[in-house]
Write a new protein. Structure first.
Length: 302
């Protein structure tokens, strides 16, 4: 039997002796080196059938009342940021009613074919001074589609679940989102979680396709997590086994993990343990986009 290292030499010698030029394509299982994994790889999101870049461009850093650090950049800077992310292979856009970023994204994406990007948005379910919630999802998603100039919102989440009773509290939103999914106005539904009980329920609930979960290597409330890193990680593993698409957020602790070694440690923890399908990071400049892409790619390859 020819050992693996000898087999390469055998093939090379045989090729020379026969006067034949063999390339890597001639022996794909033997000679072809795998392509390195990268931040902008297109990945499958759970069982949703949606494929998107591993890294999503967030648009809601310090967001609230239909404003965020991203929208406060102004239309021109926002547009430059989104176009740069697209140029870097990031086709996954993370928006929300809370952030006020729908129309900004619409303007930045108007020249891009719809099939070239993936849209995620979120319904804020509570009445606020800035928001007269309908109690359901039909009115909200209809408005989202107009604001984003799209027929379909790829992923629509109920935003910021704060306790384990959210399936009962927001039963009407769930039912209407299910109807919109049947009508193909949304492709996948789920929740973003800001509470450990809410996260555990989402991990097991058959209705949930997608969970947006806070995860980093530090854990705890000080780093915008719903529990310790170990506790949250265990729930995310369960959710993934249950077929949920897991999108990570607060990877850099909501802006608290700013040192290069801290960012790298968090990325290695989240990616090295296979806790997420993709992650959203609220990059605010082209430099931050380039730095994040490089760090994620390096963490994946290590």
């Amino acid at each position: 039997m020819i050992r693996r290292q000898d087999r390469r030499e055998f093939i090379r010698t045989a090729a020379v002796g026969a006067g034949t030029l063999f390339t890597a394509a001639s022996f794909p299982g033997i000679l072809a080196a795998p392509s390195p994994v990268k931040a902008n790889d297109i990945v499958s999101l759970g069982k949703t059938g949606i494929k998107a870049s591993r890294l999503a461009q967030g648009t809601g850093f310090n967001g609230g009342a239909r404003s965020s650090a991203h929208t406060r950049l102004g239309p021109q800077a926002f547009d430059t940021l989104i176009k740069h992310s697209l140029d870097q292979g990031i086709n996954f856009m993370d928006a929300a009613d809370l952030y006020g970023s729908h129309t900004f994204l619409r303007n930045s994406l108007k020249s891009i074919p719809r099939e070239k990007y993936v849209l995620l948005s979120k319904i804020w379910p509570r009445r606020e001074p800035w928001n007269a919630a309908s109690g359901g999802a039909n009115e909200e998603v209809d408005r989202f589609r107009k604001e984003l100039a799209t027929d379909v919102v790829d992923i629509c989440l109920i935003h910021c679940m704060m306790d384990s009773q959210w399936p009962q509290t927001y039963a009407r939103i769930r039912d209407e989102l299910s109807g919109l999914k049947q009508k193909r106005m949304v492709r996948a539904v789920g929740v973003s979680c800001h509470d450990f009980g809410a996260l555990k329920v989402a991990a097991a609930d058959p209705w949930v396709d997608v969970i947006l979960a806070r995860i980093n290597h530090k854990g705890g409330a000080a780093y915008s997590m719903d529990g310790t890193a170990a506790e949250v990680s265990d729930v995310l593993r369960t959710a993934r086994k249950n077929g949920k698409a897991i999108l990570g957020m607060k990877i850099f602790g909501a802006g608290k993990l700013v040192e290069p070694q801290e960012k790298d440690a968090s990325l290695k923890y989240v990616l090295g343990n296979g806790l997420v399908d993709a992650m959203t990071i609220g990059m605010l400049s082209t430099g931050q986009v380039d730095d994040t892409v490089e760090r994620i790619s390096r963490a994946l390859q290590s």
